[in-house]
Design a binder for this molecule. Structure first.
Ligand code: HEC
Length: 145
């Protein structure tokens, strides 16, 4: 009897742990996406001419893109497909390598832009190439609003 209760308790604890991990991963990747979006804000304003050109802000954003891309790609766990208001599409898990590759592409584009962007003219020519990685992944792997 005692063993049965202990086993049931262990299963209950295990189930809770899996569920919690699921929601944590979803929350963490949403936070990571928000950080990408926050990092894109300054340079986005510069592209539109609403904010004065500032190379240090751009360089910091490019670093943040690389960090968050590396972080995000590890947060699409098998137990984090649903729940927590996720906008992640099932295609992510069906084509995991392709999806992870798109995060690597974003990081590589941000890394390349670190050296390619030296002034306002090169910023205007190069920054869009980095940002195109956001939309190309969302189109395929994020629920449309
Ligand atoms: C390789 C795929 C991929 C790339 C690259 C990517 N995203 Fe996302 N993004 C997603 C997915 C998937 C979601 C949905 C996550 C969820 O709800 O679980 C998402 C969600 C978001 C959200 C909504 C977050 C929330 O609060 O629910 C924002 C904002 C966002 N992305 C911004 C960006 C920006 C900005 C970039 C580029 C700098 C970017 N993303 C690059 C896949 C990507």
């Amino acid at each position: 009897m005692l063993r049965i209760i202990a086993a049931a308790a262990a299963i209950a604890v295990g189930a809770t742990a899996v569920y919690a991990q699921n929601l944590d991963a979803i929350k963490a990747r949403k936070e990571s996406m928000k950080a990408l979006s926050a990092a894109a804000k300054g340079p986005g304003g510069m592209m539109k001419g609403e904010v004065p050109f500032a190379l240090p802000t751009i360089q910091a954003s490019l670093k943040a893109f690389q960090e968050q891309a590396a972080k995000s790609k590890g947060l699409f766990l098998d137990n984090a497909k649903t729940g927590g208001d996720t906008e992640a599409l099932p295609a992510i898990w069906e084509k995991k390598a392709d999806c992870v590759g798109k995060f690597d592409k974003l990081a590589a584009a941000a890394k390349a832009a670190e050296t390619a962007i030296k002034d306002e003219a090169s910023f205007k020519a190069e920054f869009g190439k980095v940002m195109s990685n956001c939309g190309s992944c969302h189109k395929e792997y994020r629920k449309a609003k």
